[in-house]
Design a binder for this molecule. Structure first.
Ligand code: AMP
Length: 399
C-alpha cells in the first residue's frame, strides 16, 4: 500500500473541513436512529479536526432518494443522534448546496459542526457531476473522506470533489483503519494467512477467491458454495445448493490454489435436512455421501474441528461468508464454531478481519465484535477491495 495521507498528517487550525461521512444509518418508523455505529465510527476524525482548532462540515447521503428531496430521507432527523454521540451542538443546512449551505458554512466558527442535507437529493451527486462537486468544494478549505461504505462509488462527494483539494485532501481515521486492515490481510500480515470464504454462491465470491490466492496460505470454503466444489469432485450432494455451470470453475480454483501452494479446506461432513426449515429432520453425514431428498445446510462437527485447528494455527485471518444457513438456529453451529475459532486465535495474537455482508451481521448479533481484531463497516466497498479493485474514493485521495 502506498503511504496514505490521513487527517493525522494535517493541522486543521482555522480550517473549515468538508468531511464525507457515511451516515446512511437505519431508522425506525419515527425516524429515530436504531443503530448509530456509523456515527460513532466517524467520531475520532471529527474530534481530531475540532481539537486542532478547525470546524467540520459533514457531507452524507441517506437512503436512495434518487435526486428528489423528501422528509423521510432528510438528514435533519439524525441531527439529535450526532449531537448525542459528539456531545455537542450540530447545526444543519436544509440543502447541501445553495444559499443556506453557503451562509451557514461561511459563518461557521472553529470548534463547530455543520451537517448538510442529504447529498442524494441532487441527482448530480450519484452522477459524479463536476460542477456539483465544485459547488460542494467551495464550502470548505480541506477535504476528508471517511466514508468507507461509499468509497466504491465514483460520486461527486466521494471521489470527484477531491480534485479541488490537491494539497489538502486526506483519509479520515475510519477509512485509514479499513484500508490498513485490508492491507494486513492481503500484503503485510504475519503468516500463516487463512481466508474463510463462505456464503451461498461460488459465482459471487469467485473474484475474491482468485484475488486472494496469492496472498493466503490456507483457504477454508464453507456455506452453500462448498457443494459446487464437492459435486465437481465427484461427491453426492443430494438436493444441496449447487451451481452446475460453476463446477468447472471450482476445479480450476482448486488447481490454481495448488499452483499458489494454498492449502484448500473443504468441509468433510455436513448437517443435512429433509427440508429448508428449522423444523426439518436433521442428521450429519459425510459431505460426499448426501442422500437424495436431503440437503446440506451447515458444515458438520468433523469439519468444525478441522477448521478450528487451521484457525488456531493462523496468524492472520479473513472471514467473509457464513458456514451454513446461520439464520436458522439448527444450522448455525458451523458459523458459531468459526466465530469461536477466530475469537480464540485473536486472543492468541492473530489479526482477524471480518468483512462483507452476512458474516458482519452474524458477528455483531452474536457478540463476537469485540473478540475479533476488526469488523469492516463497508459491505460493497470491502468486497470490491478484496476483489483487488481500487476504490474510486481511495484513488481520488491517493492520486
Ligand atoms: P452470501 O450472501 O453469498 O454471503 O451468502 C449468505 C447466505 O448464504 C446466507 O443467507 C446463508 O443462509 C446462505 N447459506 C449458507 N450456507 C448455505 C447452504 N448450505 N445452503 C443454502 N444457503 C446457504
Amino acid at each position: 500500500m502506498t503511504s496514505m495521507k490521513t487527517v493525522n498528517d494535517f493541522n486543521f487550525k482555522d480550517k473549515k473541513v468538508l468531511v464525507r461521512v457515511d451516515f446512511n444509518v437505519p431508522q425506525n418508523a419515527d425516524l429515530q436512529v436504531t443503530d448509530n455505529t456509523r456515527i460513532v465510527a466517524a467520531k475520532p476524525t471529527i474530534e481530531k479536526i475540532l481539537n486542532d482548532g478547525g470546524s467540520v462540515i459533514l457531507l452524507s447521503h441517506l437512503g436512495r432518494p434518487k435526486g428528489k428531496a423528501s422528509k423521510e430521507l432528510s438528514l435533519a432527523s439524525i441531527v439529535a443522534e450526532i449531537e448525542k454521540v459528539m456531545e455537542k451542538k450540530v447545526m444543519f443546512s436544509t440543502d447541501c448546496v445553495g444559499e443556506d449551505a453557503a451562509t451557514k458554512s461561511a459563518s461557521l466558527q472553529n470548534g463547530e459542526i455543520l451537517l448538510l442535507e442529504n447529498l442524494r437529493f441532487h441527482a448530480e451527486e450519484e452522477k459524479g457531476d463536476l460542477s456539483f462537486a465544485e459547488k460542494l468544494a467551495k464550502l470548505g478549505d480541506a477535504y476528508v473522506n471517511d466514508a468507507f461504505g461509499t468509497a466504491h462509488r465514483a460520486h461527486a462527494s466521494t471521489a470527484v470533489i477531491a480534485q479541488f483539494f490537491p494539497s489538502s485532501k486526506s483519509f479520515g481515521l475510519l477509512m485509514a483503519k479499513e484500508l490498513k486492515a485490508i492491507d494486513t490481510v492481503l500484503n503485510t500480515g504475519e503468516k500463516p494467512v487463512t481466508a474463510i470464504i463462505g456464503g451461498s454462491k461460488v459465482s459471487s465470491k469467485i473474484t475474491i477467491i482468485e484475488n486472494i490466492l496469492p496472498a493466503v496460505d490456507n483457504l477454508i470454503i464453507g456455506g452453500g458454495m462448498a457443494f459446487t466444489f464437492i459435486k465437481a469432485m465427484g461427491g453426492k450432494i443430494g438436493n444441496s445448493l449447487v451451481e452446475e455451470d460453476k463446477m468447472q470453475l471450482a476445479l480450476e480454483i482448486i488447481e490454481k490454489a495448488k499452483q499458489h501452494k494454498v492449502q484448500v479446506y473443504l468441509p468433510v461432513d455436513a448437517v443435512i435436512a429433509d427440508a429448508f426449515s428449522n423444523d426439518a429432520q436433521i442428521k450429519e453425514c459425510d459431505i460426499y455421501e448426501i442422500p437424495e431428498g436431503w440437503m446440506g445446510l451447515d458444515v458438520g462437527s468433523k469439519s468444525n474441528t478441522l477448521f478450528h485447528d487451521v484457525l488456531l494455527n493462523s496468524r492472520t485471518i479473513l472471514w467473509n461468508g457464513p458456514a451454513g444457513v446461520f439464520e436458522l438456529s439448527n444450522f448455525a453451529k458451523g458459523t458459531i464454531a468459526l466465530g469461536d475459532g477466530i475469537a480464540e486465535a485473536t486472543k492468541l495474537g492473530a489479526f482477524s478481519l471480518v468483512g462483507g455482508g452476512d458474516s458482519v451481521a452474524f458477528v455483531k448479533q452474536n457478540g463476537y465484535e469485540t473478540k475479533v481484531s476488526y469488523v469492516s463497516t463497508g459491505g460493497g466497498a470491502m468486497l470490491e477491495s478484496l476483489e483487488g479493485l481500487e476504490l474510486p474514493g481511495v484513488a481520488a485521495i491517493n492520486n
